[in-house]
Design a protein around this ligand. Structure first.
Ligand code: MTE
Ligand code: HPA
Ligand code: MOS
Length: 776
């Protein structure tokens, strides 16, 4: 169904209330964070006296002023809230300031004197590998004997793929407003994906219990994983300043500071060895994944795990061995970002297929097709989960036809043979993405649904709105399940005092989990309501009783399906329920059934189900400048029976474009001292309007419901990110055309214009060399 995003008009008119828009009284103080300019250093001394004495400054805090634990690692407790005697990255917080204005806070920062003794810093993944400083245990997932099969395989290829970092670039930077209450109480309005964890961290850092802390999140101005754990920092800092001053305190990071201080997508270095036969069928594969975790664990181990779980993408590989290591470096701790390791794992697999095709001089799409997981056989992954309800073959057939792939491939070959300086490329890529948190216990959600006497409904749930349309979908689910119109229902701001102990809104499972919890609450309420109304109808005609099972709620009307004359408007019925002392409020709960995952063994069924999609993309490359243009992109994505077709299509488009940014223009650069070089939009290039494909065709697979999620829908937030690989590999295909597909182009993520040009130059010089060798 199509129904506009609940905030669409307010976003456009500017009336949506973000944390920074919340009206506060004149007591409000502005918080500021003084952070390390060294990637790795001992702190010799911190002098805050002058800053403290500045007029208009109300608090200057160091780690010594933390009343609770100076510890806020979300999973592993290896992150201090404020540095004590050591800093491990540029951007690490050392001192907090609360002042009456931003200007005074900045002035106070200048008065803070910190002395450091710099230490050696490890920044890049290759140095990290040589130092072998790991954030967690080496992980392995395997089946069969890849080593042995590789030895006997007719063809083998070895290589490596580097993938870069990515800045989240949410439009609203990390922000939190804390308001003190009575005694210890504190309310935090936080732009967080994970209010319950933000609540827990605030309580721990302040040294108070969780029932003193309320965290509320109306909406985020984008998050993309960047606020799954890292919103906790601004929340903890503003809470410390709030507690110290007993005044409202707001911290809203400047864009540059946000980019410098917060973690990004994990850069990966992936080594691979693959064995295959003359048809291109993969026989065995060995992959070793190395991630750059930054200076603390954060979610690195779960992200590495998801990368390993996606090392296969859509392909059945009989003998396979995947290892993973997360390395510690002196960068801000890298964190969740749309796809959560999946993109890195899949990028390597797609690179491998691309190389097999070039090696065998076959079309890569065909190599992909013959290696797909089967329907009845060859359908078990390297971690033991059966790929059920496999949509890949149907998606493949449909997109090959709708995109006219093979015909266009011929036209492109012809174009390339006739043009020396412009080359075209095309690629098809599929995606399979596992839906569920791989930390199984996180797959739970709660809700609280209140019906008021006037028949209006307030839905509370544990998920958070970050632009993905969760609250709109929840409203539609509530409306459909209860049988009352949208206009009677409101979805409340997420609040830890309404629904406690929730999981992050992440892993694309927001609607799956919270939608089911809301449905559960509504089922309970419907049970109570229909019982009372059946009694009421019966009371009026005892000779012919109404049965509870026959009472329906539809279109704001309650009626007896066996006796449709007996009916009552929904709002009247709610008033009646109240008079009859029926509770019109219920909690709801859901946990994903039938999943189990043994991390140690690397075996089980970690995912409730898989999401699938396919993409075909065509590009034009100017081989003299490295400039490229996306001529056309076709995407066909499986979103089950969408709860909201428009929102899901928007998610597919947005995710592809965000993936495109990572794969092409978004290059995060640090200098040799660990200073981020591009921390504003003039140097960090996210996609803009001119990067959208000239011809952009996005469709959702119709008529294939998903039995495993609420109202037959399917999670859609992250999986389409991977469609960008079709464009990425189309660029590689165009580069490859420069050498008539005889040489393997140098390639990585991101494929910036610079890299494309270098890669083309390299192929041209290889061409020259090979031409100069006299033919015998
Ligand atoms: N869409 C918008 N507009 N803004 C976001 O921050 N985050 C993405 C995706 N889509 C995001 C988004 C990420 S990383 C995830 S995990 C999902 O939304 C989370 O929401 P869901 O589980 O409700 O799909
Ligand atoms: N995805 C996103 N966030 C998570 C996950 C996951 O699989 N596991 C823990 N946090
Ligand atoms: Mo999304 S990376 O799981 O927040």
């Amino acid at each position: 169904m199509n129904f506009p995003h609940d905030s669409a008009v307010r976003h456009v008119s500017g009336e949506s209330v973000y944390v920074d828009d919340i009206l506060v009284n004149s007591q409000l103080l502005i918080g500021r964070v003084v952070y390390s300019k060294h990637a790795h250093a001992e702190i010799k001394s911190v002098d805050i006296e002058a800053a403290k004495n500045l007029k208009g400054v109300h608090a200057v805090l160091t780690y010594k002023d933390i009343p609770g634990q100076n510890q806020m690692g979300p999973v592993i407790h290896d992150e201090v809230c404020l540095a004590a005697d050591l800093v491990e990255c540029v951007g690490q917080a050392i001192v907090l300031i609360a002042a009456e204005t931003e200007e005074i806070a900045i002035e106070a920062e200048r008065l803070v004197k910190i002395e450091f003794t710099p230490l050696d810093a490890v920044l890049d993944i290759r140095t990290a590998i040589s130092k072998n400083m790991l954030l967690g245990p080496v992980r392995t997932m395997q089946r069969g004997d890849a080593e042995a099969v590789l030895k006997s395989a007719p063809y083998t290829i070895t290589g490596e793929l580097e993938t870069g970092a990515q800045e989240h670039w949410y439009l609203e930077t990390q922000t939190c407003l804390c308001i003190p209450g009575e005694q210890q109480e504190i309310t935090a309005y936080s732009s967080t994906q994970h209010p319950s964890e933000t609540q827990a961290i605030i309580a721990e850092v302040l040294g108070i219990s969780k029932n003193e802390v309320v965290v509320e999140t109306r909406r985020m101005g984008g998050a993309f994983g960047g606020k799954e754990t890292q919103a906790n920092w601004t929340a903890a800092w503003s809470a410390l300043l709030c507690q110290a001053t007993k005044r409202p305190v707001k911290i809203r990071l400047f864009r540059d500071d946000d980019q410098i201080m917060t973690g990004k997508r994990h850069p990966f270095l992936i080594n691979y060895e693959v064995g295959f036969n003359a048809e291109g069928q993969i026989l065995a594969m060995k992959v070793s994944q190395h991630s750059n975790g930054g200076c603390a664990t954060d979610l690195s181990l779960a992200i590495l795990e998801r990368a390993m779980l996606h090392a296969d993408n859509c392909y059945f590989i009989p003998d396979i061995h995947v290892t993973g290591k997360a390395h510690k470096t002196n960068l801000p701790s890298n964190t969740a970002f749309r796809g959560f390791g999946g993109p890195q794992g899949i990028a390597a697999m797609e690179t491998i297929i691309d190389r097999i095709a070039r090696d065998l001089k076959k079309d890569a799409a065909e190599i992909r097709r013959i290696n797909f997981y089967g329907i009845d056989s060859n359908n078990v992954t390297h971690y033991g989960q059966t790929v059920e309800l496999n949509r890949l073959p149907v998606l493949y057939d449909k997109i090959m036809q709708s995109s006219d792939y093979f015909n266009r491939r011929k036209l492109i070959n012809k174009f390339n043979s006739e043009n020396e300086f412009f080359k075209k490329g095309i690629a098809f890529t599929p995606v399979k993405f596992g839906i569920s948190f791989t930390t199984s216990f996180l797959n739970q959600a709660g809700a609280l649904v209140n019906i008021y006497k006037d028949g209006t409904i307030l839905v509370n749930h544990g998920g958070t709105e970050m632009g993905q349309g969760l609250n709109t979908k929840i409203l539609q689910i509530a409306s459909a399940e209860l049988g009352v119109s949208h206009s009677k229902i409101k979805v409340n701001a997420t609040n830890t005092s309404k629904v406690p102990n929730t999981s992050a809104t992440a892993a694309s499972a927001g609607t799956d989990l919270n939608g089911m919890a809301v449905k559960n609450a509504i089922d309970i309420l419907k049970g109570r309501i229909t019982e009372l109304i059946a009694d009421e109808f019966t009371r009026h005609s005892p000779a012919e009783p109404s049965l509870k099972a026959n009472i329906r709620i539809e279109n704001d009307l309650i009626y007896d399906a066996e006796n449709p004359g007996r009916k009552m408007p929904f709002d009247e019925a709610m008033n009646l329920c109240h008079f009859n002392q029926i509770s019109l409020s219920s909690t709801g709960f859901y946990r994903t059934p039938d999943i189990s995952w043994d991390k140690q063994a690397g075996w089980g069924k970690p995912f409730n189900y898989f999401a699938f999609g396919v993409c075909v993309s065509e590009v034009l490359v100017d081989t003299l400048t490295g400039f490229y243009k996306i001529l056309r992109t076709d995407i066909l994505h499986d979103a089950g029976d969408p709860i909201n077709h428009g929102i899901d299509k928007g998610q597919v488009e947005g995710a592809y474009i965000q993936g495109l940014g990572w794969c092409t223009t978004e290059e995060v650069k640090w200098n040799e001292k660990g200073h981020l070089l591009n921390h504003s939009p003039d140097t960090y290039k996210i996609p803009s309007i001119q990067d959208i494909p000239e011809d952009f065709r996005v469709e959702l697979l119709e008529g294939i419901p998903n039995p495993n999620a609420v109202r037959k829908s399917k999670a859609v937030g992250e999986p389409p990110f991977m469609h960008a690989f079709a464009t990425w590999l189309a660029i590689k295909d165009a580069i490859s055309a420069v050498g008539n597909h005889r040489f393997e182009p140098q390639f990585k993520i991101p494929a910036t214009n610079e890299l494309v040009l270098l890669s083309i130059e390299q192929i041209r010089s290889k061409m020259k060399q090979s031409v100069e060798i006299p033919v015998q």
